[in-house]
Design a protein around this ligand. Structure first.
Ligand code: ATP
Ligand code: MG
Length: 563
């Protein structure tokens, strides 16, 4: 068994759940949740959280709720809700009941706020946002009590009712928890629970003019759903105290606990919806589903498979320390998956005509080729061959450098699946570009093998000119030029976008059968990498392929070569 075949190790969260189950905590139940805010498309960081939360539910025979954390009406939209559900399903996960929405609990959350007021643990505060900041203090300086902190329960109930009824404008007042303005944890210094927002909500419409804040909503939603393990990223570590404070004021049959893990950071990538939305809004990329984007939409259109993403999430594991994962690990996972599953075919990206001088004009033949070298179950296809073919320009050199084993005047190579050919000459146009390569073939090498034991060092791919179909092929490079685009605080990360992250080749020649592939189908173009038919633009009369990943990690190679 190799390192990678080991079953998921017991990371700290799994250890906690093991322990809980041993002690029959939560009555032996495991309920997790994935709580996206519907204010953007999911990205690869969310995939880590989805795989963890849904994965735990599956492993421990529990459930994972998909819950939209929709407490921020200004930025949330139905479009995002739908895309999030679609992306979670695409990743291979499903939910039993629901989806749930925090907005479905607004009335209940309002009720809990009223209870807190009655307990003398919440008050309506009329300080302005600016004044609240001034009163809060800092990490080193304690805060000061609001002058409204000692309002009576009756006055608070009255004011809170009037907040809800719409008697006050936005920002006029907030409902705050009455905790401790001197707490070393700044979050505990009388945090806001409800604020006035005269905004239409995408689900509740105009029913509400006040909205609960994240910290108040999240723990209550968890408890209302019977969540046992509320798993979030490390930046919420300080919020845990407030999570517990809110829940400890009420009685629960299932008392959820919050646990934090390290978020996924990937080299050459930005995983933050706020940043990604800028790339979309400012036209740096073509949309949320641009194949260069780390959104699930983007990587899906690029040709990433759910299998590769789940494998990646398993390999990176779950830990408590923040780190940066090398994007080449993600690429490696995709290669491993597609190596087994992608059929092979030939495509010429930068075509040059190859004329076989001794192949009779008007003659043609067919070769039956296996679609996968190791898996006969993937079937075979017929390749047509005739006097004129296309080869890739980089497979010919008029003046070959050392160790160039492909075509150059006088060299003999194998045309994959077909014959040995020997280069006899070439033509150039006025600007010096090679426009045609000429050769002769050896009819005794049919299938690409010689009876006399003669060896050739190079094998090149080709496409029959008579039957080739024109295609557009898009090649991608990393979206950013530096490992951590967000490292420089005074630098706009958008200036670090790689200007060469997209190369569009419009004169490619492909085997005719590839034109009929369904959108999203994956394929290996031999020697060029793994590609997928574009989900939006590919059509039989206008094939468009995106390169998902090259065959080798060219960055690793460059480093190994010391270049
Ligand atoms: P962003 O920073 O991109 O706006 P977010 O945390 O605001 O992300 P949410 O919709 O609130 O996005 O996230 C839903 C869940 O996904 C949360 O539990 C959050 O902790 C988790 N999550 C978000 N980003 C990552 C990441 N990079 N790695 C792991 N989990 C993440
Ligand atoms: Mg968030």
């Amino acid at each position: 068994m190799t390192e990678n075949d080991k079953p998921a190790s017991r990371d700290f969260i799994r250890q906690i759940i093991d322990e809980n189950l041993r002690n029959n905590a939560h009555g032996g139940r495991v309920c997790t949740r994935f709580p996206p805010e519907p204010n953007g498309y999911l990205h690869i960081g969310h995939a880590k959280s989805i795989c963890l939360n849904f994965g735990l539910a599956k492993e421990f025979g529990g459930v994972c709720n998909l819950r939209f954390d929709d407490t921020n009406p200004g930025k949330e939209e139905l479009e995002y809700v739908e895309s999030i559900m679609d992306d979670v399903r695409w990743l291979g996960f499903s939910w039993k009941d629901g989806p749930y929405y925090a907005s479905d609990y607004f009335e209940k959350i309002y009720g809990f706020a009223v209870e807190l007021i009655k307990l003398g643990k919440a008050y309506v505060c009329n300080l302005s946002a600016e004044e609240v900041r001034e009163h809060r203090g800092t990490l080193t300086k304690p805060g000061r009590n609001s002058p409204y902190r000692d309002r009576s329960v009756e006055e608070n109930l009255d004011l809170f009712t009037r907040m809800r009824a719409g008697e006050f404008p936005d920002g006029h007042c907030t409902l705050r928890a009455k905790i401790d303005m001197t707490s070393p944890n700044v979050i505990m210094r009388d945090p806001a629970l409800f604020r006035i927002r005269r905004q239409r909500h995408h689900r509740t419409g105009d029913a509400w003019l006040i909205y609960p804040l994240y910290d108040f909503t999240h723990c209550l939603s968890d408890a209302l759903e019977g969540v046992t393990h509320s798993i979030c990223t490390l930046e919420f570590e300080n919020n845990r105290e407030l999570y517990d404070w809110v829940l400890d004021n009420f009685k629960w049959s299932v008392r959820p606990r919050q646990y934090e893990f390290a978020r996924l950071n990937l080299t050459y990538t930005v995983v933050s919806k706020r940043k990604l939305i800028q790339l979309v809004d400012e036209g740096v990329v073509s949309g949320w589903d641009d194949p260069r984007m780390p959104t699930l939409r983007g990587v899906r259109r690029r040709g990433y498979t759910p299998e590769a993403l789940r494998d990646f999430c398993e390999r990176i594991g779950v830990a408590r320390a923040d780190n940066m994962v090398d994007i080449s690990l993600l690429e490696h996972c995709l290669r491993e998956d597609l190596n087994v599953r992608a059929p092979r075919a030939m495509a010429v990206l930068n075509p040059v005509r190859l004329v076989i001088e001794n192949y009779p004009e008007g003659q043609a033949e067919e070769f039956i080729c296996q679609n996968h070298p190791e898996n006969p179950d993937m079937g075979s296809r017929s390749l047509s061959f005739s006097r004129e073919l296309y080869i890739d320009a980089e497979d010919f050199r008029a003046e070959p450098p050392k160790k160039f084993h492909r075509l150059f005047p006088g060299s003999e190579v194998r045309l994959r699946h077909a014959y040995y050919v020997t280069c006899t000459g070439f033509s150039r146009n006025e600007s010096g570009e090679v426009t045609e390569v000429r050769c002769t073939y050896d009819p005794k090498t049919r299938g690409g093998w010689s009876d006399d034991g003669r060896k050739v060092k190079g094998t090149i791919h080709w496409v029959d000119a008579a039957s080739a179909v024109n295609a557009t092929v898009r090649l991608y490079d990393r979206l950013f030029t530096v490992e951590n685009p967000l490292a420089g605080k005074d630098r706009d990360f958008k200036e670090l976008v790689n200007p060469n992250s997209l190369t569009t080749l419009t004169r490619c020649k492909i085997e005719p059968s590839l034109a009929a592939l369904a959108p999203e189908a994956f394929i290996q173009f031999e020697r060029h990498g793994y590609f997928c038919a574009d989900s939006k633009e590919h059509a039989p009369d206008r094939p468009v392929f995106n390169r998902s990943v090259a065959l080798r990690d060219s960055y690793a190679k460059t480093q190994a070569d010391g270049k």
